[in-house]
Design a protein around this ligand. Sequence first.
Ligand SMILES: *Cc1c(COP(=O)(O)O)cnc(C)c1O
Length: 345
Amino acid sequence: MTNFEPSLRLHLDGEALVSNWRALDARSGPARAGAAVKANGYGLGAREVVTHLRDAGCRDFFVAHWGEAETIADLVPPSWISVLNGIAQADIAAVQALGAIPVLNSPEQVANWRNAGGGRCHVMLDSGINRLGLALDQASILADLDIDILLSHLASADEDVLQNARQLEIFADARAHIRAQRSSLANSAGIMLGADYHFDLTRPGLSLYGGIARAEMAEWIKPVVSLSARLLQVRDLPAGAMVGYNATHVCREETRMGTISLGYADGYLRAFSGKGRAWVDGLELPVIGRVSMDLVTLNLNAAPELREGDWVNVEYDLVTAAALTGLSQYELLTGLGTRFARIWR
Ligand SMILES: *Cc1c(COP(=O)(O)O)cnc(C)c1O
């Protein structure tokens, strides 16, 4: 908390977040939708995200780190929290005290969990992403474990490729050999691959937050995040003036320019240099020159009445920004920094 007026705002639409979760839950058929809330709720703020989704009826929350589980453990029963990155031997006592459920990924983790007295756990089966998880031929070490969710993760659900069906087949095979209460395969994009991929629980992340995981979702996923920044200074530059580090922009004409309180330290990366835009009342304000750590320079010729202290809306439509910068929608969200005033409505 700070006593100062923030100069950078992240506007977060709680109704849109809940609407996206409900839509993904409905499209999961009889399966329930959980929520991936790792990386601080994909940059939005995990506590607010969990509170909204809990109140909407979500019961399964996925994080990557134990510290992330701790951050939300007073908001939901700890057993609703699953920790994807597994357990280190040194953490097992703290894990059991917290009560969130570990996703066991390796034979070592299975052995350590069993030796520590076991208890309810989840198990990640690697069906082909080759990242984390047990191979199908290691299933025998799971006998007698109290497994709630058997999970696997799709590598290419955002594409129509054979790998999806292959992973589905391996997962279905695993279910026949591993006894678990529930099964879960699909992320946001995986939900769109059809009922065969839904099992008991789906695990959307990106699309909860307005990301368009597959093109066909664009019609019903609502944007959740928008950005605005304050003009710190406005000035008039003559033709020929050079703007920003390394003078990558030279004014072709007399230019009214403004500098806003936003930079790559906030997640607005240098990839937006000379490509990003801000808007005021439908008027386009192109980013000129290089994005710096704390500052972005805009051409204000379209809106010369703007003054120091005014706010502009920084374009952050995820699909547009991803196409413009080459960053993924995931990077655009999870990179959002700590200096924003996060304003929920
Ligand atoms: C991050 C993650 C998800 C969510 O994926 P999205 O593509 O953001 O929907 C689901 N499952 C696992 C294992 C993950 O790591």
